[in-house]
Ligand binder design. Structure first.
Ligand code: BGC
Length: 942
């Protein structure tokens, strides 16, 4: 199927060419083409500019209503006059696409003039954007600190621009091997993915969802052929904010029952009797594929049992900025770790029957002005860092992807031909659909840029208007958008539904009401929790990172414990007392915003410690106030151990907590924590600190205090928080968590900082000038000593590494022999659909084996990590994570570990050739216990 032959626009000089389609591809299209009142082309762009300039912002949002009635007869009147708003949107998108295509050639500086036009066109709708969920909570106040750069919006564009929007065709992904090789490429269905132990990174086969997608697409195509244009459009258009029982809803279309889309990446949001799973950042800190997979599976099962079709997660923003408000929803500051976690989460969720939604695509790295900031990213950084976890999501067969609020290189992410059509659909061969983040769409032409579904459907909440709906129908009827594009959108949406077998008659119907949880007629209060709390407890323990231990942990029958700090006990308002968890006065077990769920209960550390203490006759006292320091100084004296619980919280921008507008306003621990810890340490020589933190925090004020004997970075662990930490404190779970980010000595040591400021109509410019050097890559490249490096974490036992071997894996796939040879000769991978996800590029090429022995006194798990070091000429950071696993070892036991590297793992992105290329020169690697604790090293034998 073809999208179009292309679009040429001479800004201000020639007409906006209609989308030309070779021939109507279905009966309904040919019927529609007979509607005589449809204009043959859109108005001249020159006149559009005039009208845009004088269009008040109110007119921008006065688009025609969401399509409600699929009656063809109502359409002819709709097309006779195209509203100003639709014209605005068309031009905005075209300019955006121009900016985007230029951006792809890395000519970022030349973007400024186009950017200014794009911005002036889009700023009206941006400023009229209602902050999502704002109706549910308090709105934030814009801070004006820092000195950011702004696009002024005063530039003009005079040249003629040709906009090459390439046709996007749709072949199965990954391009299946003609002759599947047992153990190398395996045909996979979402319901039966290969196990975590069989991950390609561990030498396992590359799963091939090609056949499953192609079967789902055939069913979807057959169904779409029976639908009218309006019905197809209705599949792409949410019913509007609060228009259904879920946070997003696609209406019933014929016998298709519609879709329920529901948050969040850590459980089912807005309903009861669900599990509040550990956050993404804590799951990532386990570095344990099996636990991450299980978490995904259980979340998928719970969503399905509530009648949800699409679960809005996982989330893979990169933690580029340590203060980023939503970092805790994601998997940390390294693309490989984040990619593996996304892959396992999605395989798990989808095997539970739910459509996963990989979000937020892409570069949504800070909350401040998230709808009005342009993340300006070079093409190589985009491919190697930010797009990678989404590539892995596509490899996991992800059904949907959510485009983000921000602009990317001066084009809105949901309007971005480069990131949506080029990278996601062409390079990655993504077969599912792209939905907008809530109100992140800015025009109808975004359909052409690759957006398939608008959420929640209305332009602003409850406006009764939509950029799709009637507008999309009109754009097809007036020839602006190809009918085949709408077919493609509808097909992708239905194919994902078929892929997950949600057409089954036994698929549960929605049995809760996200907006009215107390309405008895729409809430069945179905208990979907099963015994999932067991994996919550285990992940909470496995994701706790032991950062310091002067031999005081694990606790052995302590005579007395004093538990200190607010974070040790429950909130005075209960576990769900703050709407969307937007408050912090007790144990921190998730951040705030839409990425949350209701706690069914929340075990706090103090209760769990007391329960455990009974066994040993340990006396337990406590002091919960963080501010009354003289009192704490006295109560901690003469106790065998003083355990201080502190935290740091953050969340989504629509809630402000203690001056933190989503993003953290600084990197210190909250609630007077530094003074509290110091006071305790000054009065008790066995001060154990436990930090529940959404991300890195600066610990310099006390980390070297001689009485601070231990530090556990306990993440944000979900409903079993207290039990999980007790398991670690007492050694029932030997800690094996590793930092998924770097903890610096000073905030300024990080390579990228939060950008604040900006007026209501500004588009904040966020240059990703650090390129590939985020987190540990920057510390390594610039010899900056971190406090605790990425990948670091202690155990109660010790591990030795030895006997390193490398080998190449024999390859015998005649279909890809030529491609493999070209790659070995240093040629870039070809530009083709699915070229980045092609199985040959990802099959194991090099195997690295070594042995790990538990040389300490107790059983435990080690997390061996593999970092590659490219030749200097490649321009890569000194060390780049490309492998890890978890190895469970009894005392004294030795195991052989195998990690595999693919051609993709060894490649870098060639911005000129637009392909993956093996850098010339010697690639070496190290294996070890962190990004700085290398135990073995070798050379890649290719
Ligand atoms: C968030 C998404 C979320 C959506 C629906 C948006 O504000 O950015 O992550 O899925 O709301 O609640």
């Amino acid at each position: 199927m073809k999208l179009s032959t292309g679009l040429r626009v001479a800004l201000g000089l020639v007409q906006l060419a209609p989308w030309v389609d070779a021939a109507p591809s279905s009966a309904s299209e040919s019927t529609l083409s007979t509607l005589s009142s449809a204009p043959s082309s859109a108005p001249p762009v020159s006149s559009v500019f005039t009208s845009v300039a004088s269009t008040p912002s109110s007119a921008v949002s006065s688009a025609v209503p969401i399509t409600s009635s699929p009656s063809l007869s109502t359409l002819s009147s709709g097309v006779s006059s195209v509203p100003a708003s639709t014209v605005t949107s068309a031009v905005s998108s075209v300019v955006s696409s121009a900016a985007s295509s230029l951006a792809s050639s890395s000519a970022l500086t030349s973007l400024s003039t186009i950017a200014s036009i794009s911005n002036s066109l889009t700023s009206a709708s941006a400023s009229s954007l209602t902050s999502v969920n704002a109706s549910l909570s308090t709105s934030s106040v814009v801070a004006s600190t820092g000195s950011p750069t702004f696009n002024t919006g005063t530039g003009t564009e005079t040249g003629i621009i040709t906009i090459p929007i390439a046709p996007v065709s749709f072949t199965p992904f990954p391009v299946p091997s003609d002759s599947p090789i047992s153990g190398v490429f395996v045909e996979t269905d979402p319901s039966s993915p290969p196990s975590p132990e069989q991950a390609p990174a561990l030498g396992g086969p590359v799963p091939d969802f090609g056949k499953a997608w192609s079967a789902a697409h055939s069913k979807a195509r057959a169904k779409v052929a029976q639908l009218s244009l309006e019905q197809k459009v209705n599949l792409t258009t949410g019913v509007g904010w609060e228009g259904g029982r879920c946070v997003g809803n696609i209406p019933t279309v014929g016998d298709f029952p519609g879709l329920c889309l529901e948050d969040s990446p850590l459980g089912v949001r807005d309903t009861d009797f669900v599990t509040a799973f550990p956050t993404g950042i804590t799951a990532a800190a386990t570095w344990n594929r099996t636990l991450i997979r299980l978490r995904g599976l259980f979340m998928g099962q719970e969503h399905k049992a509530k009648g949800v079709n699409v679960a809005l997660g996982p989330m893979m923003n990169m933690g580029r900025i340590a203060q980023g408000g939503r970092n805790w929803e994601g998997f940390g500051a390294d693309p490989f770790l984040s990619g593996e976690a996304a892959y396992e989460t999605i395989l798990g969720m989808q095997s539970g029957g739910i459509q996963a939604c990989a979000k937020h695509y892409i570069n949504n790295e800070q909350e401040h002005k998230r709808t009005q900031e342009s993340s300006n990213v070079d093409d190589r950084t985009q491919h190697e860092i930010y797009a990678h976890p989404f590539m892995r999501s596509v490899q996991a067969g992800v059904a949907s992807i959510m485009c983000s609020y921000n602009l990317v290189n001066d084009t809105y992410a949901c309007d971005n031909n480069k990131t949506l059509n080029d990278i996601l659909k062409r390079e990655f061969g993504f077969q599912g659909y792209v939905m907008s983040d809530w109100s992140a769409q800015h025009d109808t032409m975004s359909a052409v840029a690759g957006l398939d579904m608008t959420m929640p459907g209305d332009i602003t909440f409850n406006s009764g208007t939509s950029w799709f709906g009637q507008n999309l129908t009109d754009f097809v009827l007036n020839g602006t958008i190809a009918a085949s594009r709408v077919d493609d959108m509808a097909t992708r949406i239905l194919a994902s539904w078929y892929l997950l077998k949600q057409d089954s008659a036994s698929y549960p119907t929605v049995n809760f009401n996200a907006f009215f949880p107390l309405d008895e007629s729409t809430n069945e209060h179905v208990d979907v929790q099963d015994d999932h709390f067991t994996v919550v407890r285990e992940i909470g323990a496995a994701g706790a990172v032991l950062l310091k231990n002067d031999g005081v942990l694990p606790l052995v029958k302590p005579r007395s414990i004093v538990v200190v700090g607010n974070d040790s006990g429950p909130s005075v308002y209960g576990p769900n007392g703050f709407s969307d968890r937007g408050g912090d006065d007790g144990i921190l077990a998730m951040g705030w915003g839409s990425g949350t769920a209701q706690f069914p209960y929340l075990i706090d550390p103090l209760s769990a410690i007391q329960t455990r203490a009974i066994k040993d006759h340990t006396s337990v006292s406590w002091w919960r106030s963080n501010w009354e320091l003289p009192g704490v100084a006295s109560v901690v004296q003469q106790q065998s151990a003083a355990i201080v619980f502190v935290n740091a919280d953050s969340g989504e921008d629509y809630i402000t907590v203690d001056g933190n507008e989503g993003d953290r306003k600084n990197l210190t621990l909250w609630g007077n924590a530094d003074q509290l810890i110091t006071t305790v340490a000054n009065n008790n020589n066995n001060t154990i600190v436990v930090a529940h933190s959404v991300g890195p925090a600066i610990v310099e004020a006390w980390i070297e205090h001689p009485n601070v004997t231990a530090l556990i970075w306990a993440g944000v662990p979900g409903q079993e928080a207290g039990n999980s930490i007790v398991d670690v404190l007492y050694g029932d779970y030997n800690p094996s968590g590793r930092l998924p980010y770097t903890i610096a000595k000073s905030p300024s040591d990080y390579s990228a900082q939060l950008i604040t400021g900006g007026g209501p109509n500004d588009i904040l410019s966020i240059p990703y000038t650090e390129g590939l050097l985020i987190d540990y890559r920057h510390f390594d490249a610039n010899n900056i000593e971190p406090r605790f490096e990425f990948g670091f974490g202690l155990s109660y036992t010790e591990f030795q590494y030895f006997n390193l071997k490398t080998s190449t894996v024999p390859q015998s796939d005649s279909d890809s022999a030529a491609l493999e040879k070209a790659w070995a000769a240093g040629k870039a991978t070809p530009i083709a659909e699915g070229s980045t996800t092609a199985a040959w590029l990802h099959r194991p090429l090099v195997k690295v084996t070594f042995q790990v022995q538990n040389t300490g006194g107790v059983a435990g798990s080690e997390i061996p990590q593999l970092y590659i070091h490219h030749p200097a000429s490649a321009g890569e950071p000194p060390s780049v994570l490309k492998g890890f696993t978890d190895v469970r070892l009894a005392k004294g036991q030795t195991k052989t570990v195998t990690l595999a590297l693919s051609r993709y793992d060894l490649s870098i992105w060639d911005t000129v050739a637009q392909g993956w290329v093996k850098p010339s020169g010697k690639i070496t690697f190290s294996v070890g216990a962190s990004s700085r604790d290398f135990r073995l090293s070798g050379t890649i034998p290719v």
